[in-house]
Design a protein. Structure first.
Length: 521
């Protein structure tokens, strides 16, 4: 009798253990994490719109002492992620007031050609009596790279990509600096890096050779004449690390379109990355804020929250040149992130945690290291605790970076799926399981009807890029549905055309919508 009882208990425990590891348990957990991230992003957008200038509808640079709209902060860091938030949560707002902000800032703020300047709300005029070209060039490059580029990654051709095209064209017209390679808009690591990133992707999207030619000139300036590893200061922090990403982007273009240029640049690109590995990282692979790459002097022991941004370049070159040491460097830092899971970035600022998490997610999208996934969930909990109950995070333009990374985290937890129409109680969760299926689930507190949407291979369909290489300011692809493919859903098959149209879904409390999908042929 006791033996039978013991056996029964063991069987029950085994069943409980199997149940605990069910993919549906994970989808439910991920769905709540995704819901929370989107909810806080929605509240952020609503709160900032309440603080907009009544006369213009433009949002201020910050809520304390900067009653003006500017390109490098308002437009680059905050507004774009109000755009993306409303795309997922409120299409009426997205197509109405949010687009009106774009129309207004172009009508009022364009000062030299299509290059915008600061617009002061108290006077309803430009903040400075005369335009300062360095300020305009910097602001436009930031707006293009940090703001309009991520929108174009998700939305594809749109009014926002049109705005980016105009900025890139006029940056070249009005930003002429004489160099060994000819006239280029700027030679700073930040602005030049911004331009290489934006123009490389604009080249892929449009196929226009002008963008490739111009980005290549900047690549020549650095890789052939002014190598970053020979500068007195190499910054891995924001406002400097852009050159490393920018060089990896035009390097990717060269590898795909100009093999001779790729071979010419290869030794210099490898020297740069090798020197970063020699003097730029700590024992766990985290990068310092800045170093003297010539002497190896570390200017500050502070670790940069932008470590993942810099490691993008290592992933790109590892893929292109079949150099395992660069991939191994990325795997090393990911596997050691838990050693620094409570590291305080930027004095505890929301922006610091957002940047660190964004870079980490972008890496683990390619290298799903378990330790990095655990680290990302831990940092996400710190980040998601930052907003006030009003929706404001810290009251400055960096609040937009909270929404950017929160949406990115939500997309990871839903494997790129989302619902239309969105509602605050909806939980869209997903997980890729070991059986080859990706499991999707929609739960709600109240009855709901709508559609479950799936992501597409945006790097191909929106930007015409040959492969999904690691790059800054992208939104990662998880489960994507290309055209003309069949999927196994366990009990039958379903076409990609049906999935791309969005699956009709009906949900009620205790009655979730569920589907499991595995690519077929």
């Amino acid at each position: 009798m006791l033996k039978r009882l013991a056996l029964a208990v063991l069987l029950i425990l085994a069943c409980i253990n199997v149940s605990a590891q069910s993919p549906w348990d994970t989808t439910a957990k991920n769905g709540e994490l995704s819901r929370l991230a989107l909810l806080k992003s929605w509240k952020f957008a609503q709160a900032w719109l309440q603080c907009a200038d009544p006369a213009t509808g433009l949002i201020p640079r910050n809520l304390k002492d900067s009653p003006y709209w500017n390109a490098q902060d308002s437009a680059a860091d905050n507004y774009p992620f109000m755009v993306l938030t409303t795309f997922f949560t409120d299409r009426t707002l997205f197509n109405g007031r949010i687009k009106q902000i774009l129309e207004t800032e172009q009508r009022l703020c364009n000062r030299v050609g299509r290059l915008p300047d600061d617009w002061l709300f108290t006077t309803q005029a430009f903040r400075s009596p005369e335009p300062a070209m360095d300020h305009l060039i910097f602001g436009a490059s930031e707006y293009a790279k940090d703001g309009l580029l991520p929108l174009t990654e998700w939305l594809g051709p749109s009014v926002w990509s049109d705005r980016m095209r105009g900025l890139l064209e006029d940056l070249w017209v009005y930003g002429a600096v004489d160099t060994e390679v000819g006239k280029i808009p700027a030679t700073s690591h930040e602005v030049a890096g911004n331009l290489m990133q934006a123009m490389s992707r604009m080249y892929w999207m449009t196929g226009e050779e002008t963008y490739r030619t111009r980005a290549t000139l900047i690549g020549d300036y650095f890789l052939l004449h002014h190598p970053p590893e020979q500068a007195e200061k190499l910054q891995f922090e924001d406002h400097g690390c852009e050159v490393i990403n920018g060089l990896s982007e035009i390097y990717y273009v060269a590898a795909k379109k100009d093999p001779a240029k790729h071979e010419q640049w290869k030794p210099a690109m490898h020297r740069l990355l090798d020197r970063i590995l020699e003097v730029g990282r700590d024992e766990n692979g985290l990068l310092y804020s800045s170093v003297n790459p010539v002497t190896g002097k570390v200017f500050s022991e502070e670790r940069t929250d932008n470590f993942g941004y810099n490691y993008n370049a290592f992933l790109v070159v590892a893929e292109l040149d079949q150099e395992p040491r660069y991939r191994e460097a990325c795997e090393f830092v990911l596997s050691h992130l838990l050693n620094n899971k409570d590291y305080v970035y930027e004095g505890g600022s929301s922006d610091g945690y957002a940047d660190a998490l964004e870079g980490g997610i972008n890496m683990l999208n390619r290298l799903p290291v378990p330790e990095a996934m655990e680290w990302a969930d831990h940092v996400a909990q710190i980040l998601l605790a930052k907003p006030r109950d009003t929706g404001i995070i810290e009251g400055w333009h960096g609040d937009g970076n909270f929404a950017r990374t929160a949406i990115m985290y939500a997309q990871w937890k839903s494997q790129g799926a989302y619902v239309e129409p969105w509602r605050a109680d909806l939980r869209v969760g997903a997980v890729k399981a070991g059986d080859g299926f990706t499991y999707f689930e929609v739960q709600s507190d109240w009855p709901w009807e709508g559609r479950l949407r799936f992501d597409r291979p945006r790097h191909t369909e929106n930007l015409n890029i040959p492969s999904d290489y690691a790059r800054l300011n992208q939104f990662q692809e998880w489960f994507t549905v290309p055209a003309r493919m069949q999927y196994d859903k366990g009990d039958a098959s379903i076409s990609s055309e049906e999935l791309r149209a969005g699956l009709p879904a009906t949900v009620a409390p205790g009655k979730p919508f569920r589907i499991q999908l595995k690519p077929g042929t």
